[in-house]
Design a protein around this ligand. Structure first.
Ligand code: NIG
Ligand code: FE
Length: 405
């Protein structure tokens, strides 16, 4: 049975952004339809256009009038770490008083502190706490959410986290789509002497155990000085490739370390952070299918300069924005707020801004059938109570998202 939504003040289709694969977008690539209508059948878009052009066959169906609303492709948060225990507000205060993120990590705080807090919680507690966080995020209009494991950091606890994310995925499907990323290589617990040893004893064997269960949508690694090396990353990516599992990477965040280059080489879905990406890294990403996922909320929260977004965009890199919601480096769950604040800082035009949180963010999860409102694509939308698209980001920090009737 078809559903017909009519008289939307605006529909953001991103049609040409889709044709251009989310790269080199000008403000004309927004493709906004005024007084628009959309027809949906099951989970697919059947027709989209001006309300006055609605084909006769759909006029006979009882339509839903959405005057006073704007329809956009669904917002996708393609990078979160939302399954965790505890709180790190004390570290935030320490950072304001001059201690760096790296110093806090060296003294056993940071990810390792959250590991301790996470290990105190049962699988049921972790599920319930994450469920509440996801429910809040959906009220901002986010419909697809990537969630990383990575605060268990032992064989059993990482396994539990991956299975908790799988339980969340099943709980929220099909309305909310959850993407399960295996980030056991997030930090090296003190009980291991080297990252190599932890990789060999936990990350690799657990991946081999979990892969046949088909619960992992991608692997990720914190490729960073004092965390995981080039060699660790290559070994993990090689195995993931052999197992047919897509790759993602935390790259070039605190240091320039060829993370973008490794990502392009292994055909990763995305390279994330990139505050310190090299010129060569930009060149290689531009020539690859790998999405550059920028996490400006993290740079804000750590007081670091933002990634060189304009330089990447001008060279043809496909750029997405995500929240990085986590207890340490970015305790903000609201991607649209982050995008609204950072667009002017990153010098994004409006098409780049909206593609970054819809179309390109979907590509960062390998989802090529959503992120634009065109016939044949998945009917995954975000609806706003607003007169125009510009009002949505203009009202930064005010939530205008509403659920689709
Ligand atoms: O993406 N760097 C790795 N992961 C997070 C930080 C996690 C934490 O500080 O707890 C990030 O910034
Ligand atoms: Fe992260």
């Amino acid at each position: 049975m078809e559903r017909v939504y009519i008289h939307l003040n605006q529909i953001l289709t991103l049609k040409s952004a889709h044709i251009k694969d989310g790269r080199r977008l000008t403000s004309d690539d927004l493709d906004v339809i005024h007084d628009g209508a959309v027809v949906v059948k099951e989970d697919r878009i059947l027709w989209v256009g001006r309300s006055s052009d609605l084909p006769l066959e759909f006029k006979q169906i009882q339509s839903i009038n959405l005057t006073g609303h704007v329809l956009a492709p669904e917002i996708v948060d393609s990078h979160t770490h939302l399954v965790f225990g505890g709180d790190r507000s004390n570290e935030y205060a320490d950072r304001l008083n001059g201690t760096t993120y790296e110093e806090i990590a060296r003294r056993g705080g940071g990810i390792l502190f959250t590991m301790g807090e996470t290990q105190k919680l049962s699988a049921d507690d972790l599920f319930e706490q994450a469920k509440a966080k996801i429910t809040t995020i959906t009220t901002y209009g986010v419909g697809t959410i990537e969630i990383k494991s990575g605060y268990g950091l032992s064989y059993e606890k990482e396994k539990e986290l991956t299975l908790v994310i799988d339980r969340l995925k099943k709980h929220f499907a099909p309305k909310i789509k959850i993407f399960n990323t295996y980030l056991a290589a997030h930090d090296v617990p003190r009980s291991f002497t080297t990252s190599r040893q932890y990789l060999d004893e936990v990350v690799i064997p657990l991946l081999k155990e979990l892969a046949p269960l088909k619960v992992i949508d991608a692997v990720d690694i914190f490729h960073e000085k004092n965390y995981f090396t080039d060699q660790d990353t290559q070994q993990l990516f090689q195995l993931a490739r052999d197992l047919g599992i897509p790759r993602k990477i935390h790259a070039d965040e605190l240091n320039t370390n060829n993370g973008a280059e490794i990502a392009s080489h292994f055909g990763a879905l995305s390279a994330d952070h990139l505050l310190k990406i090299s010129d060569e890294g930009i060149k290689q990403l531009a020539a690859s299918s790998t999405v550059a996922t920028l996490l400006p909320g993290t740079a804000f929260f750590l007081g670091k300069p933002l990634a060189p977004a304009r330089k990447m965009l001008d060279q043809g890199v496909k750029v997405a924005l995500a929240s990085d919601f986590n207890p340490g480096s970015c305790h903000c769950d609201n991607l649209l707020l982050i995008a609204s604040i950072s667009a002017a800082q990153l010098k994004l035009n409006q098409a780049e801004l909206w593609s970054a949180i819809t179309l390109n963010a979907s590509h960062a999860l390998g989802l090529k059938d959503q992120g634009a409102i065109i016939p044949g694509m998945k009917a995954r939308f975000t609806l706003f109570k607003a007169d125009s698209l510009s009002q949505i980001t203009y009202h930064w920090g005010k939530n205008l998202a509403v659920s689709l009737p």
